[in-house]
Write a protein that binds this ligand. Structure first.
Ligand SMILES: [Zn+2]
Length: 268
């Protein structure tokens, strides 16, 4: 199942502060007693409950390992290049974030496939301009193809896993955040998890440490062994009929939804 441009969580400056999270887990802490990452049916990797969970159970609070302040392919690529350079210089936090980034998976989103390749091509052409006359045509074409592939891979990892949140107060803009754990939750049109902002921006106009944190809790009872899922779509999506949901997810998230609910409702 695809993952792309997920909308929650929005951190609005005037929203009431969420309740404090039950606990916070570090980025290196992979599994807990309540859930673990596993292969989930036809959806590839996913999160699965390892014990029965009551509705409203607070599972974990997670902070992004990587935040990009502006929403454009160019700024995402630039942020990635900077992260890679910092990691190479021996910055431990950057190295950990880079490792988490490399772990991310994505399914090719049909809706944005061409746009991503086009954006990558334009960036690579700009960067390689001076090589064009130095290399022969074939060598240049091979080099260009390899570079475009690298950029496309990075952009699709963003597209397939990023969450948007408002930061720094009204009108300042949105940031794209990447989470290591939340990224593993598959989509369902009857999700079992909800995400809520874990902390609000404190200094208007700036992003501060802790922005983008999400508290993850169950929104229904979940039996042991059942997948833990989130909705990748708009907030209203769960209220739509199956045709509208599938059309939306195909257009905005690049996949035809075969979640349990869609398969049931689509067959009737
Ligand atoms: Zn569905």
């Amino acid at each position: 199942m695809g993952k792309k441009s997920r909308k929650p969580p929005k951190q609005a400056a005037d929203a009431p502060p969420p309740p404090p999270p039950a606990r916070e887990v570090g980025a290196a802490d992979d599994d807990t007693s309540l859930w673990h990452g596993a292969r989930a049916g036809g959806c590839g990797r996913g999160l699965v409950a390892t014990a029965a969970l009551r509705r409203g159970a607070e599972l974990f609070t997670e902070y992004p390992f990587f935040v990009v302040d502006r929403r454009s392919h160019r700024s995402r690529w630039a942020a990635y290049v900077q992260l890679r350079a910092s990691a190479k210089r021996g910055d431990g936090d950057a190295a950990a974030a880079l490792a988490a980034f490399d772990e991310l998976r994505y399914d090719v989103a049909t809706a944005s496939k061409e746009a991503t390749v086009e954006a990558a091509g334009a960036m690579v052409d700009g960067a390689l301009e001076q090589l064009r006359s130095l290399l022969g045509a074939d060598a240049f074409a091979a080099r260009r193809e390899a570079e475009v592939k690298t950029v496309v891979d990075v952009l699709r990892k963003f597209e397939g896993n990023q969450f948007q949140f408002e930061h720094g107060g009204p009108g300042v803009g949105a940031a794209c955040a990447l989470y290591r754990r939340v990224a593993r939750a598959n989509h369902s049109c009857a999700p079992s998890l909800v995400l809520a902002p874990a902390r609000l921006p404190q200094r208007p106009g700036e992003r501060v440490a802790g922005d983008g944190g999400v508290a993850v809790r169950t929104c229904c009872d979940v039996a042991a062994g059942e997948p833990l899922t989130i909705s990748y779509g708009a907030k209203e999506l769960v209220g739509w009929d199956v045709a509208k949901r599938r059309a939306y997810l195909e257009k905005h998230n690049g996949f035809f939804c075969r979640c349990v609910r869609c398969e049931l409702e689509g067959a009737s």
